[in-house]
Design a protein around this ligand. Structure first.
Ligand code: ATP
Length: 235
């Protein structure tokens, strides 16, 4: 791994009981880089996100963060290192307000640019609705809270699992328009996305997963579309 490698996933296997979901998967993220992960339902994208976040049981050496083996650490230890997950389905605290959900993300007390004020500038609707229970928001607004909660920990790597799932196109557009101001300051990101065009547009490199394996990887601007279709659908 080069000097600027933040995350280095080496030969990662993952299991749910007897079922193997990932097979020898390797993936790298350089500092400040946006990488996208695409693949059909069940390809293993969420399992990959869960493995990096400390939510799966992995071997220590299978996940390396800035040269340190972190694969066996707990989720809270991983978060403290600066890796934040925006989980599929958002998983907000239902009984808490928008602002309380955001403040929880800041419990880590890591230093960095993200504050409540700055988040409210990015997503002004969240300031308007800051005292409302998070579950009273629309799906798109809830996704903004989930992203905001992750940013409040001032991570160095943001993992975003299917942030557009189930949202209206106009909302997806506004969330994707906010991404450059999120990643603009050198924050690295892994974006899991089923929409291939979106994934390629926001990332410098792309990994395609198929049945728990990397079936294609390359520069987002260079991988041929037909190769992606083959790697994605196996046709
Ligand atoms: P999706 O787009 O549907 O979220 P994905 O690419 O994120 O798909 P995963 O959720 O990582 O895929 O699932 C990978 C494989 O692991 C699938 O075959 C799935 O059925 C299986 N799997 C996921 N979670 C569990 C679980 N808790 N127990 C057993 N098998 C699981």
């Amino acid at each position: 791994a080069g000097q600027n490698t933040l995350l280095d996933i080496r030969n990662l296997d993952a299991h749910y009981g007897d079922f193997q979901a990932l097979y020898g998967l390797s993936l790298r993220v350089q500092a400040g880089e946006v990488v996208s992960v695409i693949g059909a339902n069940g390809a293993g994208k969420t399992t990959l996100m869960r493995s990096v976040s400390g939510l799966m049981r992995n071997q220590a050496e299978q996940v390396v963060w800035k040269g340190r083996e972190i694969g066996a650490l707990r989720a809270d230890q991983i978060a403290a290192l600066g890796i934040a997950l925006v989980p599929e389905g958002r998983l907000l605290f239902a009984s808490l307000s928008v602002e309380e959900n955001l403040i929880i993300g800041g419990q880590m007390k890591r230093k960095g640019p993200w504050t409540l004020q700055r988040l409210y500038r990015l997503f002004p609707i969240l300031q308007e609705r800051r005292n409302v229970p998070a579950t009273a928001l629309s799906g798109g607004q809830q996704q903004m809270v989930a992203i905001g909660r992750a940013l409040m920990s001032n991570p160095e790597l943001l993992l975003m699992d299917e942030i557009s799932l189930g949202l209206a196109p106009v909302i997806i557009k506004s969330i994707y328009e906010a991404l450059p101001s999120i990643t603009g300051e050198g924050l690295a990101a892994v974006i899991v996305e089923q929409d291939i065009a979106k994934a390629l547009a926001v990332s410098s490199r792309v990994y395609c997963l198929q049945e728990g394996r990397v079936s294609l990887e390359g520069a987002s601007s260079e991988v041929p579309r037909d190769a992606i279709s083959r790697a994605y659908f196996g046709v």
